[in-house]
Ligand binder design. Structure first.
Ligand code: DGL
Length: 263
């Protein structure tokens, strides 16, 4: 595959646009083909076998379009399908997982000691139930206090185009997070790409001492490293572009996708 070939980026719907946006910012010479599966969203409340099947269909379509790499801009689809996709395809498949390491590493001190971090991981029910997350928890739970919090309602608000309905959003956030003593929290990890669009709302919900962490920059950095190691970064003379595609033909989805890309 030529270095000028596009990168396929997909999500269950519109959340992965937060990742596509980051690619365009950090890798401005790349061509991105984005596919949102809004007709089948949310993935996070589906059984993993279904999410795997849907993910394979999307990657198959990308491969036919000649992509040089795929970014699974969805923590949920990564949990359900990344290993199988990597076994099956020989192009790089970049996955995502909640950035728990970044949150916990904030407790590391220069003298080698660690201050236990109190971290909430907001993600979909599927992500938090799968083995991948259990393995991640195992790495950090002995030295930190980690609370996984499934927030499926936050996916629906984005897909329904209601992200600017502040009352609805704040009510929904309070419904999930009022059970915590938020003043005692060191960080909230946004472990779902849809949640990245809520950053300002989380800022209003949380005390200023709590960090809000997502995995988008890290994922894009990793994509860059992988492409560079294969000599597949787009040439600097190339001008980047993005095409937005979606399994839903509803015009409101297309309008929403463009609005989120520009947000
Ligand atoms: N955006 C997705 C994620 O990163 C999944 C949302 C969903 O469809 O439930 O997990």
């Amino acid at each position: 595959m030529a270095s000028t070939a596009p990168i396929g980026v997909f999500d269950s719907g519109l959340g992965g646009i937060s990742v596509a946006r980051q690619i365009m910012k950090d890798m401005p010479h790349e061509r991105v083909l984005y596919f949102g599966d809004s007709a089948n969203a949310p993935y996070g409340t589906r059984p993993p076998e279904q999410v795997r099947e849907l993910s394979f269909a999307i990657v198959e379509r990308f491969v036919r379009q000649g992509v040089k790499a795929v970014v699974i801009a969805c923590n949920t689809a990564t949990s359900a399908a990344v290993n199988e996709l990597r076994d099956h395809y020989d192009i790089p498949i970049i996955g995502m997982e909640p950035a728990l390491k970044v949150a916990c590493d904030r407790g590391d001190r220069p003298d080698g000691t660690h201050v236990p971090q109190r971290v909430i991981v907001a993600a979909t029910p599927l992500t938090l139930r799968e083995h991948k997350f259990a393995a991640l928890m195992d790495r950090f739970k002995a030295d930190n206090v980690i609370s996984p919090e499934p927030c499926p309602g936050l996916v629906e608000i984005v897909e329904h185009g209601r992200l600017s309905d502040r009352d609805l959003v704040m009510r929904t956030l309070h419904g999930y997070f009022d059970q915590y003593d938020l003043h005692a929290i060191d960080a909230v990890v946004l472990g779902c790409t849809h949640f990245v669009f809520y950053r300002e709302y989380f800022r209003d919900l949380l005390p200023s001492t709590a960090a809000i962490i997502d995995g988008n920059e890290g994922t894009v950095r990793h994509l860059g490293v992988v492409l560079e190691s294969l000599g597949k970064l787009a040439p600097e003379a190339a001008s980047g572009s993005i095409e937005l595609d979606n399994s839903s033909s509803e015009p409101r989805i297309d309008a929403l996708a463009h609005a989120l890309l520009a947000a």
